[in-house]
Design a protein around this ligand. Structure first.
Ligand SMILES: NC(=O)c1ccc[n+]([C@@H]2O[C@H](COP(=O)([O-])OP(=O)(O)OC[C@H]3O[C@@H](n4cnc5c(N)ncnc54)[C@H](O)[C@@H]3O)[C@@H](O)[C@H]2O)c1
Length: 318
């Protein structure tokens, strides 16, 4: 097995799951948005099962070495910030679209059987129809979304032209332990926990009534494993991976405050960010019929675990 971006948030959880099942895993990650520390404990526990190649997916030699002998390649390496992609669209296209093509080229050359790609629900853009169905026309509204959607097209193309089987998993707001909390573009849950713990107001962009399908990382890991073991050819199909539940950012802030036992701190509101979608919730019916996916961890259970973990990280138990 090979996991691109395996030192990252979702990739790290996937590597842990694969290792616990006895798989041999090669991780290729340039550590541009992660640290070897994320994966160090996994390597310590299973040094014979995990190999880390610190290199970019854009490096053909490193990619060839990473996928050599792999049956399945889980492709998660990407740059992940919508606002940063608006500042630097070319870089996002190179890493997220061209980088995906490089991964596919290396996989086709090495005889890999299947690529499981981490795609993004940002492909739906601001289409107001809910829930999001894979049959809807994509409307990417940021360079990040366009490049991630470009990756899906490349997977389909490599299945059609080069016989490389694959599936695209369109994730909806994945959250869980070990998600980076300290960048300016941090994911909303760790950012909110950090603020509350420090006795500060969490910042909400817009009125907070925008909704998201917050999906615990264990569901994303499950989807990757199901994508790997599916018996029938998948031919680059696209499926939604979410929890199928709509939660507003205001509700989320309140759930986090409750989990932390914080009272009397109201969020502060700033102008809405360019390129961000208003509402988002998945239908997971197609994922159920194609790979047997059903979310197993609810937002309530996942949030309780996640908030507790961050509270520990930030030096305070709930
Ligand atoms: N987190 C979410 O909610 C979410 C939602 C939709 C899609 N996704 C997708 O899931 C995947 C994983 O996201 P994540 O949240 O774990 O992000 P992450 O930033 O924690 O992980 C991405 C990893 O890719 C690595 N990377 C970046 N550029 C690279 C390059 N050129 N070569 C090698 N490695 C490189 C980073 O160092 C990082 O370790 C990404 O493809 C992302 O687009 C995530």
């Amino acid at each position: 097995m090979c996991v691109t971006g395996g030192a990252g948030f979702i990739g790290g959880h996937l590597v842990d799951a694969l290792v616990s099942m006895g798989a041999m895993v090669t991780v290729i990650d340039d550590l541009s948005n992660s640290s070897a520390i994320n994966i160090a404990s996994t390597i310590d526990q299973a040094p014979d099962q995990v190999r880390l190649i610190q290199a970019s997916i854009l490096d053909p030699e490193a990619m060839a070495s990473a996928v050599e002998g792999a049956q399945t390649v889980f492709h998660l390496a990407a740059l992940g910030s919508v606002p940063m992609s608006i500042d630097d669209p070319a870089r996002y296209w190179v890493v997220n679209a061209t980088g995906t093509m490089r991964v596919l080229q290396a996989c086709a050359a090495a005889g890999v059987e299947r690529v499981v790609y981490s795609a993004s629900s940002s492909a739906y853009g601001n289409n107001p129809d809910l829930p999001k169905l894979e049959s809807m026309a994509p409307e990417p509204e940021s360079p990040y979304a366009a490049a991630k959607y470009g990756g899906e097209s490349l997977l389909r193309t490599w299945a059609a032209c080069y016989g490389l089987d694959s599936i695209s998993l369109r994730y909806f707001n994945i959250f869980g332990t070990r998600q980076a909390a300290d960048s300016a573009y941090a994911a909303v849950i760790p950012a909110f926990v950090k603020k509350y713990i420090n006795g500060q107001s969490p910042t909400i962009f817009g009125d907070g009534e925008q909704t998201r399908d917050f999906t615990h990382v264990s569901n994303a890991v499950l989807a990757n494993l199901l994508g790997c073991v599916a018996k029938e050819p998948l031919r680059g199909q696209v499926v939604n991976i979410g929890a199928g539940v709509r939660t507003s950012v205001n509700e989320l802030a309140s759930m986090i405050a409750t989990n932390l036992g914080v009272e009397g701190i109201e969020p502060s509101y700033e102008p809405e960010r360019v390129g961000e979608v208003r509402h988002s919730v998945s239908s997971v019916e197609l994922a159920k019929s194609v790979i047997g996916y059903e979310p197993t961890t609810t937002i309530e259970v996942g949030l309780a675990e996640t908030v507790k973990w961050y509270a520990g990280q930030f030096g305070q138990g709930p």
